[in-house]
Design a protein around this ligand. Structure first.
Ligand code: ADP
Ligand code: MG
Length: 245
């Protein structure tokens, strides 16, 4: 995925400008930066939900925002998105939640969909939980179901917005491990929005740092290398803050 000169905002308020970087296939790529700098806004642009003011998002050479809406939704189907809190329907079982995107986008028979749902639950370590309701499992498990649902259509790229928000440190770490396991076993490219240093140093191969003050990116690269050697003071300060890492 290639991001070329992207500028983003809402109404007449600029959020980020002049973003250019590549997301390599099979990497865990982290979008990092302080609260309110525009991480979620950038993710909305990359997933086809928010048009940029300028610039291009190229998916295997095809420009997401220069397509008509129908063509754009075909490109978007290659992406899976896990939203904050998993965003599951409380009145549906876990299996029914995972089957939703299959019902929407495929012609599979119900028993094929159920088999896929059961397989995706197994992939996230929840084999046998298909008949449970979201309220019957822990917050960490709900997030894993959110991952299973995001993977229902076998995406090339999975997007996560603050996946460990609201989780205890152990559940957060398990979610990080799951992201790495799935990347390694399926080869899925992972794009993760986060400001958590533990998570950044555990999972990221590559990253972009967005700055709220200058409203642009101040660095791109491996966060461990940036922590040690970024020439930009604000990037080093962000990556060396507190006691984490
Ligand atoms: N739907 C929206 N309409 C207007 N402004 C928004 C909207 N969503 C976010 N913003 C503003 O855009 C900026 C970036 O927000 P966001 O992308 O959510 O930051 P982050 O995810 O890095 O915390 C913030 O100033 C926020 O208030
Ligand atoms: Mg956000």
């Amino acid at each position: 995925m290639r991001i070329e000169g992207i500028t983003l905002g809402y109404g007449d308020t600029l959020v980020q400008q002049d973003l250019s970087f590549d997301i390599r296939c099979g990497d865990v790529f982290v979008i990092m930066g302080g609260s309110g700098c525009g991480k979620s806004t950038l993710m909305r642009c990359l997933t086809g939900l928010l048009a940029p003011w300028a610039g291009r998002v190229l998916l295997q050479g095809e420009s997401l925002w220069e397509r008509a809406p129908a063509g754009r939704s075909v490109l978007m189907r290659r992406n899976g998105v896990m939203y904050q809190s998993g965003a599951l329907w409380s009145s549906m079982t876990l299996e029914e939640n995972i089957c939703l995107p299959l019902e929407q986008y495929t012609e599979l028979a119900p028993e094929q969909m159920r088999a896929i749902a059961e397989y995706k639950l197994a992939l996230v370590g929840l084999a046998g939980y298909g008949d449970y309701y979201p309220s019957e499992i822990s917050g960490g498990m709900r997030k894993r179901v959110g991952v299973a649902r995001a993977m229902a259509l076998d995406p090339d790229t999975l997007f996560f917005d603050e996946p460990s928000a609201g989780l205890d440190p152990i559940s957060a770490r398990r979610l990080d491990e799951l992201i790495l396991e799935l990347r390694d076993s399926l080869g899925t490219t992972m794009v993760v929005v986060t400001h958590e240093l533990d998570s950044i140093f555990t999972i990221a191969d590559d990253s972009v740092f967005l700055d709220a003050e200058t409203k642009t990116m101040l660095a791109t690269g491996n966060p461990r290398e940036l922590r040690a050697a970024s020439p930009v003071v604000r990037v080093r300060a962000f990556l060396n803050r507190g006691d984490a890492g």
